[in-house]
Write a protein that binds this ligand. Structure first.
Ligand SMILES: [Zn+2]
Length: 123
């Protein structure tokens, strides 16, 4: 999240249940260290057209959003043991092709990247 020209890391992330319209839903929650305002960022995928929506609110609107999501929480990032964080959450794959210069053989290196930007080789 960005507020007061600063990049702010979420204090907590709520993973929300899918509903009829949206899936892969998460709510990032933080307090801006500069202005002390409540921040909330909702990221979700619209099922109809597979569009990723990403909205951020601050202050009262953020509080309202957090309240409205409270009943939809599947689990929170705080529920996940720290050592498992790398393996958890929404991950996407990143493939890199490596070509062996001697043999000309190519290998695909697959990495899983989670929402913290942590990378983990999967093959
Ligand atoms: Zn701020």
């Amino acid at each position: 999240m960005v507020h007061c020209n600063m990049k702010i890391r979420a204090d907590e992330i709520w993973f929300l249940f899918s509903n009829e319209e949206f899936t892969n839903r998460r709510l990032e929650i933080a307090i801006c260290p500069k202005c002390d305002k409540q921040l909330a960022r909702l990221v979700e995928t619209r099922i109809q057209d597979n569009k990723r929506l990403d909205v951020m609110y601050s202050a009262k609107k953020a509080k309202r959003l957090i309240e409205s999501c409270r009943n939809e929480v599947d689990f929170s990032s705080l529920d996940i043991p720290k050592q498992n964080k790398v393996l958890y959450g929404f991950r996407y794959g990143e493939n890199t092709e490596r070509i062996n210069k001697k043999t000309g053989e190519s290998t695909i290196i697959q990495k899983a990247v989670d929402f913290y930007g942590n990378k983990e080789r999967v093959n």
